[in-house]
Design a protein around this ligand. Structure first.
Ligand SMILES: [Zn+2]
Length: 499
């Protein structure tokens, strides 16, 4: 159900961004002695510029001028009348970045949480991934030429999807092609002493300000769909050990840390082994970690971490935030979020104080005069949900309150989808989302008071992967599976422009 619109052949190098899960932009606010972070997620379906209004797109589709195979996966032309389903075309990403840069001139730095490719996963190849990463990275740089930009890897960077081969695998599967590409492309923003680390496991640490660190964590090495982890998921390439060492080092220095990663630990695409280790580190270093910044799920979500990993009545320790995404896949309005954090002065906690959210309303954008101007979804999450402060206890209480307060739950769902009309969520659906918010790792005990709770079905077709037992495949089976994908004759020839 995905479509990627691409430009004409002469612009093939600009082919599309795609998922681009989220971009955070940080800015200072001297009045409040605080710093704001803007998290940008775009989505877009097919719209957004006057020269590409719906009628024009329909014409392109009907004349076969857009990628036919992708168009077929867009279900039908009727999707042109609704928001979402398809990924973000280049011009939409460009437009939204331009609006962000113009609207928020006081930003300090940008964080991008990965997924540079579209959902056209049958079409993945190492060379096109490298081109897209360079292309999108350079596009973001062009809109924020005087800002620092810190990137993280997403699961779509893998070829095949979700595949991040640890160094124990045969050399032909090693990730030098990806880690080397990002090390080169993101070099202006990464300290020289981190070059060796990012080329080894895709992780790095930076110190934007005194007393403040950002850790970019590649959790493709904890991805439940990473075939290579079916062989051995024990701390691949020492990633979790590296994170633990980084946090201990920050603690000794008295620094605060924002962890930037892609897949939230409680979701189906995070291995429980990885999630629980991450959860325990979050508890152990609660006084050092000031924010958990993640993405991947496309919807607006949060996950509470409790002091006892098996007891939701224990003290809420922290919250993992997953901001909305740039792509409208599936049926979301493009969104970005601005976080205000306590920062940039001696003794800063760097905690998130508040956040606001802005959307690109695709229904409006698809109507004359086809103006994709962003609009504010809400100005303050504290006011939106009546919080006294952005505290883990407030988020935990909100889950409890939503069990019986449908008005509050519907308000959450509206923000979840970023539009007033969204799919009906019955009692079982509601129970699943409430349980999800409790699960920063996978434990049914955290939902024992929520009847009928089960993991939300984001994509039922993937169920067979989620149910597979780890360690059930041999190295030879993995090799054959990956080789079969890479040699699939249905994939377009290497280097051929897709349009
Ligand atoms: Zn993702």
């Amino acid at each position: 159900m995905i479509i990627i619109f691409r430009r004409a052949n002469r612009h093939c190098e600009f082919s599309i961004s795609a998922t681009l899960t989220s971009i955070w932009i940080i800015k200072s606010d001297q009045r409040h002695n605080a710093t704001s972070i803007l998290r940008y997620a775009a989505d877009l379906s097919m719209i957004l510029t006057k020269q590409y209004e719906i009628s024009r797109l329909k014409s392109l589709l009907e004349n076969g001028e857009l990628l036919a195979s992708d168009a077929e996966r867009c279900e039908s032309f009727e999707i042109l009348n609704i928001s979402g389903i398809c990924d973000a075309p280049y011009w939409m990403v460009d437009n939204l970045l331009q609006q962000i840069a113009q609207r928020h001139k006081d930003i300090d730095y940008v964080i991008v949480t990965g997924d540079f490719e579209s959902h056209a996963i049958w079409d993945y190849a190492r060379d096109t991934h490298q081109r897209m990463i360079r292309n999108v990275s350079q596009l973001i740089k062009s809109h924020f030429p005087d800002k620092q930009i810190y990137f993280a890897l997403g699961n779509h960077e893998g070829v095949p999807l979700d595949s991040f081969a640890p160094s124990f695998t045969p050399e032909e599967f090693h990730m030098d092609w990806l880690y080397g590409t990002v090390a080169d492309e993101w070099k202006p923003y990464i300290p020289a002493d981190q070059d060796k680390t990012i080329r080894f496991n895709g992780c790095y640490m930076v110190k934007p300000w005194p007393g403040f660190r950002i850790i970019s964590l590649n959790n493709g090495l904890g991805d439940s769909l990473n075939l290579f982890l079916f062989i051995n998921q024990t701390d691949p390439d020492g990633t979790m050990s590296w994170l633990s060492d980084q946090l201990l080092d920050a603690e000794k220095a008295g620094d605060k840390v924002h962890i930037v990663a892609h897949i939230p630990p409680g979701t189906a695409e995070a291995l429980e082994g990885w999630s629980l280790n991450y959860y325990k580190l979050a508890i152990r270093f609660e006084n050092t970690i000031a924010a958990h910044i993640m993405a991947h799920v496309h919807s607006e979500e949060f996950y509470v971490i409790y002091e006892d990993p098996e007891d939701f009545n224990s003290r809420p320790v922290d919250v993992v935030f997953s901001a909305p995404c740039m792509t409208p896949y599936s049926r979301y309005n493009p969104t970005y979020r601005i976080y205000t954090i306590d920062g940039k002065y001696d003794g800063s906690t760097y905690q998130v104080i508040d956040f606001e959210e802005w959307i690109m309303n695709l229904t409006v954008a698809n109507q004359p005069p086809y103006d994709p101007t962003v609009e504010q979804l809400y100005p303050s999450i504290l006011k939106e949900y009546g919080f006294t402060a952005n505290l883990p206890s407030e988020w935990s209480n909100m889950i409890n309150q939503m069990k019986t307060d449908d008005t509050l739950f519907n308000q959450y769902m509206r923000n979840f989808y970023r539009r007033n009309v969204y799919p009906v969520c019955d009692a079982k659906c509601k129970a699943s989302w409430l349980c999800q918010a409790r699960q920063a790792h996978h434990s049914k005990k955290l939902c024992s008071d929520i009847p009928d709770a089960s993991p939300p079905e984001r994509d039922p077709k993937r169920g067979k992967w989620y149910s597979k037992k780890r360690g059930s495949m041999t190295e030879e089976q993995i090799r054959n599976s990956v080789t079969k994908f890479m040699n699939n004759p249905k994939r377009r020839p290497k280097g051929q422009c897709p349009i």
